[in-house]
Design a protein around this ligand. Sequence first.
Ligand code: NIG
Ligand code: FE
Length: 408
Amino acid sequence: MTGLLIRDLAEVATHHGGGAPLRGNALRELEVTERAYILVGDDGAIASVGSMRDLPPIGPDVAEIDGTSLSAIPGLVDCHTHPAFAGDRVHEFALRAGAATYEELLAAGGGILSTVRATRAAGAAGLAQALTRHVGWMLRAGTTTFEAKSGYGLDCETELMQLRAIRDAGGIPTWLGAHAVPPEHTDADAYVDFLVAEVLPEAAQLAVAADVFLERGAFDAKQARRYLVACRDAGLELRLHGDQFTESGAIPLAIELGARSVDHLEATGPDGVAALAASDVVGVLLPASALFLGRPMPPGQALVEAGAAVALATDFNPGSAFCESLPLVCSLAATQLRLAPEEALAACTVNAAHVLQRADRKGRLAPGYDADFVLVGAEDWRHLAYHLGAPVVHTVLRGGEVASGARA
Ligand code: NIG
Ligand code: FE
């Protein structure tokens, strides 16, 4: 490509500075430039961003997009998703609308385990096809960078198949071998032994991070520690699903092991909030999951006020959050978690990129950063969160190319 100019944007909104993660007041310090342009270089990175008044002379080969009536924000970064699954769980969704709970369905061999059966049966081609479909949904909702977890194979072959599929689909793979205990293993301890001995050596070559579901009915803190320590020793970053239903020791363990993040936190009380805020571990909030399961929301405002580094993610998966939309998650953050729109934006751009160790290239609109951005179909970028459930994403650009929406 020879460069691209987005001109006459109503506004460009981005967090400034180079630091990550953002905490406290810095979460709200958004730079908003009115009547602005973004210039992309021929390397797919941002060359400059500024006011139309300061637009440098542009060569004749540079393509242009008219940004009139649109606003621009950084491409959204989804740092917690489970899109590598086959089938769906619409049947269980209907049962939950009656009386069944998510935990009861899992205990009865449904839930995660029913998606494991479908994913094992799909084969590599079937899984790749399903993943491509899900990733397309995410892109259309404005997600330009995504992490994705395994955890629906729970055997060596299918876990590795998921990690390869995620890598091939352009995702950042997290190995979630310790998601549930599959039926062929008698107990969680024996399953952790199997994971560490049989799957970890190859999973560590494919994944960036490891994750565990530390929860009543899944893995306890002792099992989680054993799994995570082995993963850390194999060079993986650590993530935890913690405090989703019960406080079962995820925050202390995450801090002790220097985890990158602890995710969910719907059940986190004041001590957990204070401990997390005093640490380097990012609290990843997943309000779509709380909404979808009819559970209490995580203490978003308390975490921000205490000075914690927070990120927002969809948790896209077939059981607890069949939702790929970060704009909807931003609406929930504003209305349910009491985060300001600026705080929500930081949480699914800069801070989410930090969770994925990409904050040097992703999550900001600044020279040298990858030219990943979303054109919001409104003059005020805050419509992203304000216009509840609406198709607010007008155009998505990734690496300076239109990936979804209007053509240049
Ligand atoms: O983050 N809670 C554990 N894992 C996922 C749900 C996976 C599923 O239900 O398929 C979550 O909510
Ligand atoms: Fe999850």
